[in-house]
Design a protein around this ligand. Structure first.
Ligand code: MG
Length: 159
């Protein structure tokens, strides 16, 4: 068995009149991510972590935001396709650990649904999916509620 670690990070600007999707879950809020896709910052960072672990480049390379095919796309589809890409290299995800940096709203009530959604797509156990959320104590662009940042590490393995 061989193990690989990957890291991913994504940031989206928060603007009024857009939905806020994180981890495949729609979170009621007056602002959402400005994006070509549905703006699911968590899933984008997760795709980058998985691709990174397999040294397969990044999400922009596989799903370019200049391609009309990806306009408004459900990021869960991108995650599914990313899983196919790493599986094509004989990798399987082992576990993921996610940190969401967001000032408001409170994310805690949505974490169980995010974990369940991600575990189902990645076909890994619920206890292999960790999602944590933190504010930045009102500091920086996250603290000013101008954006959301997400960091992900993952482990993948070959059988
Ligand atoms: Mg993104």
């Amino acid at each position: 068995m061989s193990l690989r670690v990957g890291i991913g990070q994504d940031v989206h600007k928060l603007v009024t009149g857009r939905p806020l999707y994180l981890g495949g879950v729609l979170i009621p809020h007056h602002k959402g991510a400005e994006a070509h896709s549905d703006g699911d910052t968590l899933i984008h960072a997760l795709c980058d972590a998985l691709l990174g672990a397999a040294a397969l480049g990044d999400i922009g390379q596989h799903f370019p935001d200049t391609d009309p095919a990806y306009k408004g796309i459900d990021s869960k589809i991108l995650l599914s396709r990313t899983l196919s890409l790493i599986r094509a290299q004989n990798f399987e995800p082992v576990n993921i650990d996610v940190v969401i940096c967001l000032q408001t709203p409170k994310i805690a009530p949505f974490i169980p649904q995010m974990r369940a959604t991600l575990a189902q797509i990645l076909e890994i156990p619920l206890d292999a999916v960790s999602v944590k959320a933190t504010t930045t104590e009102s500091l920086g662009f996250v603290g000013r509620e101008e954006g959301v940042a997400v960091y992900v590490v993952c482990l993948i393995m070959t059988l």
